[in-house]
Design a protein. Structure first.
Length: 163
């Protein structure tokens, strides 16, 4: 049975596709790519059908990641097929939990940086859209830092299903 993870930010062109790309690479490195499906979406539909922000693509490529992406808006009906919905900031977390049809679905929503023990109380990944490339680099650092903990949690969930 496939374990499904969806990363969600505002427009699905910066933070969530970056997290999708990084986590997909971690899943592949861990040999879980046949067991874990990774995608992303936005809370809004402003950029639906567009590719990722060119700065996102450039920063990912500079660090050895690949991304084939088309922006889309998160739909409440997706909760039924998803195991984990990963919000990139507290606003996304609130929006997604409001969209959740059930309490069980709302419980599937977690903040990405909650998987990074070094994050402390600041669990938001800042939106780099209105800034320069440095903001995208910072975003990537935060995503990478949280990916190890997220991978461990997903591996545990996947292992629990196999038992």
């Amino acid at each position: 049975m496939t374990y499904r993870v969806c990363f969600v930010c505002t427009g699905n062109i910066c933070r969530s596709p970056m997290a999708e790309s990084v986590f997909r690479a971690r899943v592949a490195e861990a040999g879980l790519d046949g067991l874990v499906e990774v995608d992303s979406a936005g809370t809004g539909g402003w950029h639906e059908g567009e590719g990722a922000d060119p700065r996102t693509v450039a920063v990912l490529e500079d660090h050895g990641y690949r991304l084939d992406h088309t922006a889309r808006q998160f739909q409440p009906s997706w909760f039924a097929r998803l195991d984990l919905v990963v919000a990139l900031d507290a606003g996304h977390l609130r929006d997604l939990r409001r969209l959740a049809p059930t309490e069980q679905d709302a419980a599937k929503v977690r903040l990405l940086r909650s998987y990074d023990p070094a994050a402390g109380d600041d669990l938001d990944v800042p939106d780099p859209y209105y800034g320069g490339v440095d903001g995208f680099e910072e975003c990537l650092e935060m995503v990478e830092a949280a990916s190890a903990g997220l991978l461990a949690a997903v591996r545990e969930d996947v292992g629990g299903r196999a038992a």
